[in-house]
Design a binder for this molecule. Structure first.
Ligand SMILES: NC(=O)c1ccc[n+]([C@@H]2O[C@H](COP(=O)([O-])OP(=O)(O)OC[C@H]3O[C@@H](n4cnc5c(N)ncnc54)[C@H](O)[C@@H]3O)[C@@H](O)[C@H]2O)c1
Ligand SMILES: CCCCC[C@H](O)/C=C/[C@H]1C=CC(=O)[C@@H]1CCCCCCC(=O)O
Length: 111
């Protein structure tokens, strides 16, 4: 929400995922394409908001991001790894968007 280019790139990933998944299904590519969308995760990227060179003009909104992190909490990477294994093991998933949040855990966004 506070980083428009970053957010636009994430929307692009979802469109790319869903379109490629459909192409794979129609063209019998033999691969499944899914997206995994976690809320905040305890990795180095969270520290990027503390550095003006990373956020540019949007650095002024860093406290808003910090507040979101405080409100929604931070997931551990192992939780994301478990979700990823689920995507690997469930052959029925193609073009799926798996979300993982502190409030709802693993769930799917249906479009
Ligand atoms: N950590 C979170 O809260 C969170 C939440 C949702 C989505 N994501 C997304 O998950 C993905 C992985 O993030 P992460 O949390 O593991 O962050 P991270 O900072 O731990 O890892 C990012 C990795 O990307 C590499 N990288 C950066 N720019 C690159 C480039 N131009 N070419 C090749 N490699 C490059 C870095 O060297 C680093 O190893 C990112 O796309 C991020 O937006 C992260
Ligand atoms: C510091 C920069 C790193 C960002 C990493 C990652 O891309 C985070 C995305 C959150 C930011 C805005 C959102 O909507 C994303 C998720 C907000 C949390 C939503 C939780 C909802 C819930 O718990 O139900």
């Amino acid at each position: 929400a506070h980083c428009p280019v970053y957010t636009a790139s994430k929307h692009g990933v979802l469109g790319f995922t869903r379109s490629l998944a459909e192409a794979s299904r129609l063209g019998n590519y033999g691969i499944r394409i899914n997206a995994l969308c976690p809320s905040f995760v305890n990795t180095a990227i969270l520290d990027t908001i503390n550095h003006e060179e990373n956020l540019g003009n949007f650095y002024q909104f860093k406290d808003g991001v910090k507040n979101l992190i405080k409100v929604f909490g931070v997931l551990e990477p192992s939780v994301i790894a478990d979700g990823f294994v689920q995507l690997l093991e469930d052959d029925s998933l193609n073009g799926a968007v798996m979300k993982i949040t502190t409030t709802k855990g693993v769930h799917f966004e249906n479009y």
